[in-house]
Every structure is written in C-alpha cells, then in structure tokens.
Design a protein. Structure first.
Length: 134
C-alpha cells in the first residue's frame, strides 16, 4: 500500500463517517472541504494532518462521538461510493461542489465557536451547511 492509497482510504472513511446519510453530493462536499483545507496555504498541508486535527472532524477525533468507533462492513455500497469519491477528489478530477468551503457543520446539532462575521455561507447540502472565509 502506498501513502496515496492510505490517504485515499482515510479520506473515504471520514466522508463515510461524516456524510454517509447525505448521498453522493454530501459526501463529495465533505471530501472537498478536506481537499480545500489541504490546498489552503495557512493550514497544515497534508491529508492526515487535516483529517486527524483535534475537533476538526468529530467522527475521527472527538472522544464520545459515536461515529469514532464505526467501521464499514462489507458489503457496504455507501462505502464503495465513498472510496470512489475519495479517489476522484484526492486526485483533483472531481469538481468542487462547495465553492471553496473549508468549514461545515450540522447547525441543528452543534454550535461551532466560529467568527461567522469572517465567513461566507456557500451552500447547504442535506443537514450540513458549508462556509468559506471571506
């Protein structure tokens, strides 16, 4: 397994955990938020640094998040989709459906401590609202 394979697998896992109930568009959006963060010059620039950053993707790092211990079991068509999405977003083939978003949240279940005056809401897909910096 190469590092590229690893990063794509971890990306697939996080989008599956964070957005598997949001359809392909929602999973693509989560993947693009991660890619947009990797590409941002003011953030850590590796896929694993972004995905594993404390409290950034709760399903991967937040103690007590029930998704933290969830793993796909074969067969899982949604995880199959997540793997395809991860590959296309990772390689830059997939067009960003978030207009450059670097943040998202399900505002019905959490209240992020973001400075919303510095953010632009770019879209809502399913239960997630997506933002980018002004």
């Amino acid at each position: 397994m190469s590092w590229t394979d690893w990063f794509q697998a971890v990306l697939a896992l996080v989008i599956w955990r964070e957005a598997r109930g949001e359809g392909n568009e929602g999973m693509r959006a989560v993947a693009h938020v991660i890619r947009n963060r990797v590409m941002a010059t003011h953030l850590p620039d590796t896929w694993d640094d972004i995905i594993e950053a404390k409290w950034q993707f709760s399903s991967m790092t937040a103690p007590g998040d029930p998704m933290l211990v969830q793993w796909p079991k074969q067969p899982d068509p949604t995880f199959d989709s997540a793997m395809l999405i991860a590959k296309s977003v990772y390689t830059g083939v997939d067009v960003d459906n978030t207009s450059g978003a670097t943040l998202y949240a399900n505002l019905a279940v959490c209240s992020p401590k973001w400075d919303f005056s510095k953010l632009i809401k770019v879209s809502t897909l399913g239960r997630h609202t997506f933002f980018r910096e002004k």
